[in-house]
Design a protein around this ligand. Sequence first.
Ligand code: NOJ
Ligand code: NOJ
Length: 447
Amino acid sequence: MKITSLFTILLFSGSSFALNLTSYDSNTFEPWLNKQLSISQVKLIEAISRPDAAEGVVIASPSKEKPNYYYHWVRDAGLTMDVIVEMYNRTENQDLKIKLEQKIKKFINFSKKNQSADALTGLGEPKFYVDGTPYDLPWGRPQNDGPAIRAMALIKFANIKLEQGENEFVRQVLYDGKLPSHSVIKADLEYVALNWSRASFDLWEEVSGDHFFTLMVQRASMLEGAKLAQKLADFGASDWYLRQASKIEDKIRQFTNTRSFSYIPATLNYAGGMNTKKSNLDVAVILGLLRGNTHDNFISFANDRVLQTVNSLISVFQDIYSINKYSRIPGVAIGRYPEDVYDGDKFEGGNPWVLTTLAIAETYYELATLTAQSSERTREARAYFNLADEYFQRVQIHTNPDGSMSEQISRHNGYMTSAYDLTWNYSAVFTASWARVRAKSLLTDPL
Ligand code: NOJ
Ligand code: NOJ
């Protein structure tokens, strides 16, 4: 008995199991992935409306120190709820469906309160205490990706509800078509429409300026919002959102057409905050393409600059992290940007992250899908698919045996580090795995 509990403690301390960086058996991948999906689902659900938090709060991580992530971040919460809504849409398990719907509705009510709270930067406020009051200490604010991301998650829910015939609920709670709006989606869309051209802090909360990631999710929210507005006969708003989307596209083209970089830079028109990111190379760009994807080929994953960005990220992280020197394990562990020094506690050197490594996997699945759809290039499509799997497998290697995933992966030894059970990671497992399922279904030959 004593021995068992000692063992458990050691296991949870994260360092008692032997991480194997010298060999890997790819037959373990699919069974691991299936298990990881069910663990991730439980962790995602547990992060929403915890007993000691206000109803509808989505915690970024249960970690309360080194670092303290026990807050509701609008961005993390929106990305999580987007996955929860998709799960709700896909599942045929009625009990689960009911449970997810309850979580979504609590999140909607909580978000409405967020929007009307007396926050320092209004809807651009990036984080809230778990009791629902806005964070009021110095922080990189506003962060204008949050409202766009939240709007997209809820637009997806509104569309499902409209299909279910729940027009009244949608009109009252989600999109009232009024100004000022008292409904959560419309309030977010108006905020985005009026503020996208202003400088805000990036998703890493460090730099103020114009960011590719932020603009991509803002554009997507305007396009999805315009479609919803159209369905609900709010025609003036629909036109207005479309016009903003097109202006945002012009701004995004400054990033994709610049002659100063061969890849897509993360930030232009620097306006404040950290100024150490000389390379302007950042996985945030890839996240912008993934989370701002409107499936209309605005910027294809196969675009030269996109491929340049992916390749540059991989080669830079290959060089700077010592855990990327092991040649017998698949993939490369990917960080945020090469100049990163944030280790979750201090600023003694950046690490690879789980969600950024999964972003590369997801991108390669998208490329596999694109290639398989566009021509007979099955062999190339399969190569992309295998590459994607390698990045997913790389995450498998670093994941704790109990399936828990922290924000970062130590660049020195490969063990999980920084905020434990980062909610965003578990949603990234789902988005990458859904991209995998889609790609796989197109690769008709046996894999
Ligand atoms: C906390 C932020 O969330 C993280 O992204 C950042 O790197 C550090 N603060 C340092 O600014
Ligand atoms: C730090 C990350 O940089 C930021 O993107 C995130 O919102 C917070 N941590 C919370 O997870």
